[in-house]
Write a protein that binds this ligand. Structure first.
Ligand code: UT7
Length: 338
């Protein structure tokens, strides 16, 4: 009797799309009552990228995806599942952005769907890719975090418009029988009792499109910034400590801690709690702001393209966002060195 070898999910590549247009803190000074000094001190952000009118979420996602597929050394026809995490889809109801991305990549007759987990989207996708691959259902999963967050920002609200930006990141997750190449662990969670901390009230069944939605700007993000900040620090610190403890890994042995890029003060607080040094903690928030589901893959892409991330090196990811949702992951980077 033959036994099939167990398979593991492996992180094979990374790609990103970064829009050209820059919105700097100085630009924001002329739009809302704020200063470069306040934004820098309270968030660490200096500038963020804004997609152009003809760069939609699927365009950015497709460009990031093609880079990820090419870097994985496979072809588009090898992909057997496409999942996109976004809260700024091309269309709010249907079709899914994953279907549109698949079409743009010429990937047809393959399962494709979106997930909604806000900033936690990319790490949620890792948990899905792991489940699909390790159950034997799929072999090469394309996961995408893509956001045109500027489309849901009220550029008169200084509490939110200073934080968010646009962009996309993608990765190919493939099956391997080599356990050393597989994900070590992924943990994803949520608590809907904090749903009102980060919410876009419309459009949806509670607030279908109406004159009231337009008049009251209910299509824009509303955020309880300070409350979210405090909960993010507490939850993330506990979550990363738990995943390290559970897998008996010391924080000093993690070369790349890649947290969600929401606010430098959150990143610093969690990094300090883990006793991480500057070289271990990846920070891109100063140049991209918070790009929600695209934030972690854009940050991974940054250290990959600068030659800092090498094959076999361990990554610790952690993220927090609307829902509220949060997630962490421990996994080696198994892409080809650049
Ligand atoms: O990715 C999803 C998760 N999201 C987050 O993690 C975001 C978490 N939150 C944050 O990053 C921070 O809470 C913010 C950057 C949004 C705000 O920073 P804060 O230190 O929490 O400030 P605050 O909301 O407590 O406000 C302090 C003061 C207030 O003025 P008063 O009431 O003290 O007079 C605000 O009105 O700062 C004022 N303020 C600003 N001032 C200048 C708020 N936004 C601005 C601004 N420019 N843009």
């Amino acid at each position: 009797m033959s036994h099939a070898k167990p398979v593991y999910a492996s992180f094979r590549s990374i790609g990103a799309f970064i829009p050209e247009k820059i919105l700097s803190n100085n630009d924001l000074e002329s739009m809302v009552d704020t200063t470069d000094e306040w934004i820098t001190k309270r968030t660490g952000i200096k500038e963020r990228r804004i997609a152009s009118d003809d760069e939609n979420t699927s365009d950015m996602g497709a460009k990031a995806s093609q880079i990820a597929i090419d870097r994985a050394g496979i072809s588009n026809k090898d992909i057997d599942l496409v999942i996109c995490a976004t809260v700024t889809p091309d269309y709010f109801n249907m079709p899914s952005t994953a279907c549109i991305i698949s079409d743009k990549l010429g990937i047809r007759n393959v399962q494709a769907f979106d997930i909604s987990a806000a900033c936690s989207g990319f790490v949620y996708l890792l948990s899905l890719a792991k489940a699909f691959i390790e159950s034997g259902m799929k072999k090469n999963v394309l996961i995408i975090g893509a956001e045109k967050f500027s489309s849901i920002i009220d550029y008169t609200d200084r509490g939110t418009c200073i934080l968010f930006g646009d962009g996309a990141g993608a990765s190919v997750i493939s099956a391997t029988t080599n356990k050393d190449e597989g994900f070590v662990d992924v943990h994803a969670s949520a608590d809907g009792s904090y749903a009102d901390f980060l919410v876009t009230p419309a459009p949806g069944t509670i607030n279908p499109v109406s004159q009231k939605v337009i008049d009251e700007g209910l299509n824009f993000v509303q955020m309880k910034g300070n409350e979210t900040f405090k909960l993010a620090v507490k939850t993330l610190t506990k979550d990363v400590k738990d995943i390290l403890r559970k897998n008996e890994i010391d924080s000093k042995d993690i070369p790349h801690f890649i947290p969600h890029q929401a606010n430098y003060r959150i990143i610093k607080a969690v990094g300090d709690a883990l006793k991480m040094n500057k070289e271990q903690v990846v920070v891109t928030v100063e140049k991209y702001g918070n790009t929600s589901a695209a934030s972690i893959p854009m940050a991974i892409n940054d250290i990959y393209e600068s030659g800092r991330l090498k094959k076999g090196e361990m990554m610790l990811l952690d993220t927090f966002g609307g829902g509220l949702t949060w997630a962490s992951a421990l996994l080696p980077f198994e892409g080809n060195n650049i």
